[in-house]
Design a protein. Structure first.
Length: 571
């Protein structure tokens, strides 16, 4: 391939909206171009990288026994209503109507469509196990696209779904996919940390995310400093504190006027106290019923944990009208005392160890002080419902403490169970002729996101450093003076030999200064560069450069192919 006939427009400056390395370098290097917020064009270089990542994924999916299909982007509303996700999936799917006014969504994921496909033909236990996958474009209406390819409205994803007769079969399918993911990450040279996670809108259990640790990541990960515990912030747990409630320091609870003081900060300043001495009571709507969640004043409620605890499909903060129904007061003054009997009180474990608490009085512009659990109110359930914070004791080893890091989620595996199979009729007859529901697993991987993650992991100040396996071209032959016939012949000879050896080669024969070619070669990130220039004309030698560590060899032209092959094998 010749650069003079290739569409690879590089830029000297990154776009002003680009904040992270992958966004800057993929645009500057001519891999992608923004069309609008969260939507990108893929240029030839970028598409070559994307296709090479897909090849690695396909090879490992097939090695794990998965079969590839290609499903429609358009999914009918009826399927999503059967699963109950038409109105609940987040981020909101793009929705369209056809000329008959029938509704569809542009698939943000494909549990419904894949399950419907399998349900059509599934008859007997002999048809299982079965794992199907696809590499398909997905659409999600992200409110705040960011980070180039990291959070977008349109992206390429690999999603696989396993169907088994029982839990043991699901465990085996899950393990096969888990191991396939580890092999994919190793082949892509993406150092991953596997963390516990929440299944979100998909539902399920045994959820694991494959994270790339980087400051550019948008996910917070909690990691123990003594053992291998690692978890996404959404579901990070910690060692439950031992019961140690001390004696009350003050007498009966008392009402204190707090005019206009709705926030923890305002109440603390007004009452000359600290957030640790307060308890927040938050009123939420869980599938239509109101619950009160209590956490310490300096903590944040974890809605993922609370939703899972309640087994709720939807969970949201109560409206002002709902808060008034439960408490008789405005938002900001809710408390656990004298709540409506229909409102369940769920308190974080830390509340059990608190005494002389300040809480909302369920009366506008007022709080209660010297409030104590059991004496002044009764908790229906104590549970872990708050977000973890750095310094929390590890729930696994109990000896270490949790710290935080940032990460990019590349893959997500979890066990779906029978939720979708039951809703969409994926049933079969077992050995005894009894009808049973298939049990499912789900395995997603962000393929286009992996391209961005590769750049975040493999770059320096000069540009991208692609691993050999996914580089758009593995070798760049930099022809410094295309007008010299003998040099052009040398470059052509090298390209022919290297191509015959199975390497992808780009000859930079553009009418540009050598400095431009060197800068573009580093920016684009060709793993190996071969310089054909003045030294070749005078001495019959070429410079062979390795992008990763700047290592450079000067070898005779006749030995250049062997030198490049050796570097490629080492890579």
């Amino acid at each position: 391939m010749r650069a003079s006939r290739y569409y690879a427009p590089t830029l000297r400056q990154a776009p002003v909206e680009a904040e992270i390395a992958s966004h800057k370098m993929l645009v500057r290097g001519g891999f992608i171009r923004p069309l609008t917020a969260g939507v990108f064009d893929w240029l030839p270089l970028g598409l070559r990288v994307l296709r090479k990542v897909e090849t690695v994924v396909r090879e490992e999916m097939e090695r794990a026994g998965a079969l590839e299909v290609h499903l429609p982007v358009l999914a009918p509303r009826e399927l999503w209503e059967q699963s109950g996700r038409w109105d609940t999936f987040q981020p909101t799917p793009f929705r369209v109507q056809d000329r008959t006014e029938r509704w569809f969504c542009l698939g943000p994921t494909h549990e419904e469509v894949m399950t419907d496909l399998v349900a059509t033909d599934l008859k007997s236990y002999r048809d299982l196990p079965l794992t199907l996958y696809q590499i398909q474009v997905k659409f999600r209406d992200e409110m705040r696209p960011r980070g180039g390819l990291l959070r977008v409205k349109e992206f390429t994803m690999k999603d696989a779904y396993s169907f088994d007769v029982d839990r043991a079969g699901l465990d085996a399918s899950y393990e096969a996919q888990y191991q396939a993911y580890l092999r994919i990450m190793e082949r892509l040279q993406l150092p991953v940390l596997v963390v516990r996670a929440d299944a979100g809108s998909m539902g399920g259990s045994d959820t694991r995310e494959f994270m790339i640790l980087t400051d550019a990541g948008e996910d917070t990960i909690f990691i123990c400093d003594k053992c291998d515990y690692a978890s996404n912030a959404e579901c990070a747990t910690f060692k439950v504190p031992e019961p140690r409630k001390g004696p009350n320091r003050c007498g009966d609870s008392a009402l204190v006027e707090t005019p206009g003081m709705k926030t923890i900060e305002q109440v603390c300043e007004f009452l000359q106290t600290t957030p640790e001495a307060l308890a927040k009571t938050l009123i939420l709507n869980a599938d239509g019923r109101l619950v009160a969640a209590m956490v310490r004043g300096d903590r944040e409620l974890n809605e993922f944990k609370l939703r899972n605890l309640l087994g709720a499909t939807t969970l949201r903060m109560a409206t002002p009208e709902e808060v008034f129904t439960a408490t008789g007061a405005s938002v900001g003054f809710s408390g656990p005392c004298q709540l409506s009997d229909e409102v369940e009180i769920i308190a974080d474990h830390e509340i059990a160890n608190m005494t002389d608490i300040t809480v909302g009085a369920n009366k506008d512009d007022a709080h209660l002080v010297c409030v104590n659990v059991e004496r002044d109110f009764v908790v229906d359930r104590f549970a872990d419902i708050r977000h973890a914070v750095p310094g929390d004791p590890c729930p696994m080893c109990g000896e270490g403490y949790l710290g935080t890091d940032k990460g990019i989620e590349i893959g997500h595996v979890f066990k779906l169970g029978t939720k979708y199979a039951e809703a969409l009729g994926a049933k079969f007859l077992d050995e005894d002729g009894k009808e049973k529901v298939a049990i499912m697993g789900c395995y997603g991987m962000g393929v286009s996101r992996a391209v961005a993650a590769l750049v975040e992991v493999h770059h320096d100040d000069n540009g991208i450093i692609w691993p050999l396996s996914v580089a758009p071209f593995q070798v760049a032959v930099l022809l410094l003076d295309p007008q010299v016939h003998d040099l052009g012949q040398a470059a052509d000879q090298l390209e022919a030999e290297l191509s015959a050896a199975g390497l992808d080669v780009m000859i930079d024969d553009r009418d540009e200064r050598p400095g431009v070619k060197f800068k573009d070669a580093d920016l684009i990130g060709y793993p190996i560069q071969v310089v054909v220039g003045k030294r070749t004309a005078q001495e019959g030698t070429v410079e062979v450069r390795r992008r990763r560590d700047k290592a450079e060899l000067v070898v005779p032209l006749a030995e250049a192919t062997a030198a490049v092959q050796k570097l490629a094998e080492e890579a």
